[in-house]
Ligand binder design. Structure first.
Ligand code: PAF
Length: 284
């Protein structure tokens, strides 16, 4: 493995990627906002198994943060990220500035719409988040022109919406989802875990415990009830939503649903840190 080249402009990116395409090589893409952890490295590893070359982008996208959210505090350390990728199969890091991605300014950019599903769950609590996320992913796809793009299952609603956009616009990109990577205590790895104090980290463990409690349920109603019971008794944690969605439509399963599968999705605040997690459940 070699240290990846870091470029910041569209021209530099295109020079390298076009040379690969001309040599008949395929490209897998891993978009990130940096603050890389083992979860991101699992995406990079998966990308390398799906194409000849791997491009990782590092860009904290202002369009997907709402007023009062953590855009300014979001951890940024390109040298640390480059070191983390040094031991990975990434070939190229694209770390553009805001003006490189949005030459007219983020506010003057025509945005993608995440539609109905984009306004539910995470989208209901973070209005405009998914429109902003899809806008940057579409823009990055246009610049990188990957054959394959890899995303984590931890952001299940994001993954669903990106797959939906790719289908709707018939983009020639294969989307690959990768299982959530968890710490030894089962908390899903997330760049935002860095905001948690040691005691908040302990409180946050109620989230994977709620997923486990739901995992033994015989149907979706019981699963939701089990998850809710764990989260409600956890002091210091405030659940935003606990829902079970149809994995194919991302719509909530109705009460009494006979579905054999559902994805339990959870968002909760621990202190001021918003955490999300999910698990595919099979009933019966
Ligand atoms: O999941 C993320 O890190 C971001 O939402 C993404 C996909 C890189 C777009 O900014």
């Amino acid at each position: 493995m070699t240290t990846p080249v870091i470029v910041t402009t569209q021209e530099e990116l295109e020079t390298l990627t076009q040379a690969w395409v001309q040599a008949g090589e395929s490209i897998a893409f891993v978009p990130t906002m940096g603050a890389l952890h083992q979860g991101h490295l699992a995406l990079v590893e998966q990308a390398s198994q799906n194409a000849d070359r791997v491009v990782v982008s590092i860009f904290v996208n202002p369009l997907q943060f709402g007023t009062g959210e953590d855009f300014n505090q979001y951890p940024r350390d390109i040298d640390k990220d480059a070191r983390a990728l040094g031991d990975s199969p990434a070939d190229l890091v694209f770390a553009p500035t805001v003006s490189e991605i949005y030459p007219e300014g983020p506010g003057a950019t025509a945005t993608q719409s995440a539609g109905v599903i984009g306004r539910l769950f995470e989208g209901a609590s973070r209005p405009g988040h998914f429109d902003g996320m899809l806008t940057v992913v579409y823009r990055l796809f246009d610049l990188v022109k990957p054959d394959v793009a890899v995303f984590g299952q931890k952001d299940a609603q994001q993954l669903f919406l990106i797959s939906q956009m790719v289908d709707t616009l018939a983009l020639p990109i294969r989307i690959v989802g990768v299982e959530t990577v968890r710490g030894s205590d089962d908390l899903a790895l997330s760049s935002r875990n860095a905001y948690l104090s040691p005691s908040e980290h302990q409180i946050a463990l109620a989230i994977p415990q709620a997923l486990d409690a739901a995992g033994v349920a015989r149907n979706s109603d019981e699963a939701k009830k089990n998850a809710r019971a764990v989260l409600e008794k956890s002091e210091g944690l405030e659940a935003d939503y606990i829902e079970i969605v149809d994995p194919d439509s991302f719509l909530a399963l109705p009460p009494g649903s006979p579905a054999h599968q559902g994805r339990l999705i959870i968002a909760a605040l621990v202190g001021s840190t918003r955490l999300i997690d999910n698990q595919l459940l099979t009933f019966g």
